[in-house]
Design a protein around this ligand. Structure first.
Ligand code: AMP
Ligand code: ZN
Length: 436
């Protein structure tokens, strides 16, 4: 395969040169960080008052971690490292887990970010000839403008559709022969169901690729999207604290997400001991920005869980690969003492042919015990006919889940379109257990 590439000089850089570049950029980052009261104090605590105090890349380990709480405390401008007039934009996180955090960008920061997104887009084989419909929210959320700028730089025809309004999305896709879309995986599944309702087949669309991200999803969900639409779907990982999209993306080989190591230093740590973990072990992703001037972040604890994929990607890029995000260290559910990640449940559900496109995990308290209820949509035709078939299906889903998560949930079957849909990140878990 001819490997499509945007910036060969950086994407195929030898490891040694890449690390030299990282070190130079890390020193710049510390220089910028020292301009903020927050990092001046934090760095002084570890004896660092000057970028020259860093003598090698290994010294990164002596730098303090930064947490989401730190960002919240510094809200709104405690981490701004440039004069306010140099900043040209700000974004906030979507705040699914509490108060938002804010990240500022200079013009140069936006330019670097755009370059990273362009690399990601081209790595999937998309080109200037594609028509790109961006179905994520334009606004404070980074998925809209982030992908938009990257796609324009690549030269694609960009349709800034933003999220929601499924009828209009479909109309735009048909009128302009959209070939590539960007959306959350849950929204794409919803869109597929809507096409079915309107009697539109995938042959009437020109779609060939989707960029999916912003929320945890399983390999089975990706495959389901690929099969339903007859396209390739590429996993996109990013977070507003690290700009947004453009952090890590799958290339044409879909063997893990290349993380741009000239722009970020990646560490995987044990979230309890805070010690670095060897390649292949799952832990918390920690990242340091290397290019961002307006809001530099050192060793930011993302709370996202993943591991590094060993070996080399057939595409030849040396930038290491992250495995699919397993979940967040803080979205793990504990059900009667058993740790359960929502992604494990999703993985089982999406393998079951009768299961539709939407589901909800509900936790309740029954006496002193937790009760796990998995509500899932199934195809409408299954509700016609022998009720015993539904009982059997309920039982089969319950057993499949039990063997994967060690807890047998109650299973509720729902008609298509009856469970709530969200336009942005899907809310899959409803925890009704009383707080302590
Ligand atoms: P935000 O800063 O609001 O854009 O949210 C970023 C968070 O979304 C990340 O920290 C992850 O928890 C989640 N996220 C983004 N992309 C992915 C992805 N491809 N797979 C799983 N989770 C993701
Ligand atoms: Zn690759």
């Amino acid at each position: 395969m001819n490997v499509p590439v945007w910036n060969p000089a950086v994407e195929f850089m030898e490891r040694e040169a890449l690390e030299r570049l990282q070190f130079a950029n890390l020193r710049n980052t510390v220089t910028w960080a020292l301009k903020t009261p927050f990092y001046r104090r934090r760095l002084a605590e570890v004896g660092m008052t000057h970028p020259e105090d860093l003598t090698s890349l290994r010294d990164l380990r002596n730098l303090p971690y930064t947490t989401k709480d730190d960002l919240r405390e510094a809200y709104p401008d405690g981490l701004l490292a440039v004069e306010p007039e140099q900043a040209v934009r700000l974004h906030t996180s979507s705040g699914t887990t509490g108060m938002p955090t804010v990240i500022y960008h200079t013009r140069r920061d936006i330019d670097h970010w755009t370059e990273l997104v362009a690399r990601c887009i081209v790595a999937t084989g998309a080109t200037a000839r594609d028509v790109f419909q961006n179905m994520t929210n334009y606004g404070l959320f980074t998925g809209g403008l982030g992908l938009h700028y990257g796609a324009e730089r690549v030269g694609m025809l960009v349709i800034p559709a933003s999220s929601g309004n499924t009828g209009r999305q479909v109309q735009l896709m048909r009128n302009f022969q959209t070939t590539v879309v960007h959306a959350t995986p849950s929204y794409l599944l919803h869109l597929h169901a809507a096409l079915g309702d309107e009697g539109i087949t995938r042959e009437q669309l020109s779609l060939r690729k989707a960029f999916i991200g912003a929320e945890p999803h399983s390999e089975q969900t990706r495959r389901k999207i690929e099969t339903l639409f007859g396209i390739q779907a590429y996993n996109s990982y990013g977070l507003s604290e690290m700009n947004g999209p453009g952090v890590a993306f799958e290339c044409v080989y879909q063997t893990g997400l290349h993380l741009w190591e000239d722009a970020y230093i990646l560490e995987i740590i044990d979230p309890r001991t805070l010690q670095p973990l060897p390649e292949g072990e799952t832990g918390e992703i920690v990242m340091t920005t290397l290019q961002r001037q307006a809001t530099p972040l050192l060793r930011y604890r993302t709370r996202d869980l993943s591991h590094l994929v060993g070996g080399n990607c057939p595409c030849g890029r040396g930038h290491r690969r992250l495995a699919r995000i397993k979940g967040r260290s803080d979205d793990m559910l504990i059900v009667n003492g058993v740790n359960v990640f929502p992604s494990q449940i999703e993985d089982v559900l999406m393998k079951i042919p009768e299961v539709g496109t939407n589901y909800l995990i509900q936790l309740e308290k029954r006496g002193s015990l937790d009760r796990l209820v998995v509500k899932t949509e199934i195809y409408a035709k299954l509700f016609i006919g022998d009720p015993q078939t539904l009982d059997d299906l309920r039982e089969r889903i319950g057993e499949l889940l039990r063997s994967a998560i060690l807890v047998k949930p109650a299973v509720d079957l729902h008609e298509p379109g009856s469970l709530p849909v969200s336009e942005g990140k899907a809310k899959r878990v409803l925890d009704l257990r009383p707080a302590f």
